[in-house]
Design a protein around this ligand. Structure first.
Ligand code: ZN
Length: 263
């Protein structure tokens, strides 16, 4: 999350509208569409509208939790999964205000001051301050993949049997990028074309990276925009095992808020 983007006027708006606060977090964390924390696929989930138009908690209070369902692995998730905001009953709007208060000032604020400003119990304020300091102490993670990055497409879903690989009927093409010794990201594409693949590579991979793909022609033109482009032969077992197996690696467009709980 971009702390600079959180100014007082944004905060004022978000603080009075919990739904807007959730949407703000979603847009910040998922600029390219929701990312499933279970399988790492990008922008292939749909929003679950609460059945009665409003979601309630077990105690009958209104819940502002925004749930998504992955179109691939079918699991549900929210934007809080894997963040310091997860597993707390504190509204997202209060978290955002706390982040602003702790990061905007030169010296930050104490838990006591946080509790006064947010109108919450000292205990909750202490918990928030602890988590926010923990996240702040971690180096910001880079947004783009770097080093050696392998790119490949796989095909998911569909009922067609007996036909595999490129052009498989009724299947959804997914482009997967794997940073060697790093994270993996996957994204659904309408068609596997040089243009589509190029757009994803430019968005997700640093220009100084070494790209590794097979010799499929769609990679030829975009490959020229990176420091190096090596092609390997699928059949010879040169692609990393986790790439060949598919996308079962969780990957997130990283932000420093990705830090999970400090405990
Ligand atoms: Zn999933």
């Amino acid at each position: 999350m971009d702390v600079e983007g959180l100014n007082l006027s944004t905060i004022a708006k978000l603080f009075s509208d919990e739904t807007a606060a959730w949407q703000y977090l979603e847009q910040t964390r998922w600029p390219n569409g929701p990312i499933c924390p279970h399988c790492g696929i990008v922008n292939h989930a749909y929003f679950l509208e609460p059945e009665s138009g409003i979601r309630t908690t077990r105690t009958g209070d209104t819940s502002y939790r925004r749930l998504w369902k992955c179109g691939d692995c079918r699991q549900k998730f929210s934007v809080l999964v894997g963040t310091i905001f997860e597993d707390s009953h504190i509204p997202v709007s209060k978290w955002l205000l706390a982040v602003h208060l702790m990061c905007a000032g030169k010296n930050g604020v104490s838990a006591l001051e946080l509790s006064r400003q947010l109108g919450i119990a000292y205990r909750s304020a202490w918990f928030m301050a602890h988590r926010i300091r923990y996240a702040m102490a971690r180096p910001p993670l880079v947004d783009k993949l770097s080093g050696t990055v392998e790119a490949d497409e796989t095909y998911i879903g569909g009922k067609a049997h007996g036909k595999r690989g490129r052009g498989a009927a009724n299947k959804t093409p997914v482009v997967t990028l794997v940073e060697r010794d790093g994270e993996a990201r996957s994204q659904v594409v309408a068609n596997v074309t040089g243009e589509n693949i190029g757009a994803i590579l430019h968005e997700q991979v640093k220009p100084d990276a070494t790209l590794v793909t097979d010799s499929y022609p769609v990679y030829t033109k975009p490959g020229k925009d990176f420091a190096a482009h090596h092609t390997v032969d699928h059949g010879a077992g040169n692609m990393p095992a986790r790439m060949v197996k598919g996308r079962r690696r969780s990957g997130c467009i990283a932000t420093r808020w990705k830090a999970s709980s400090p405990s």
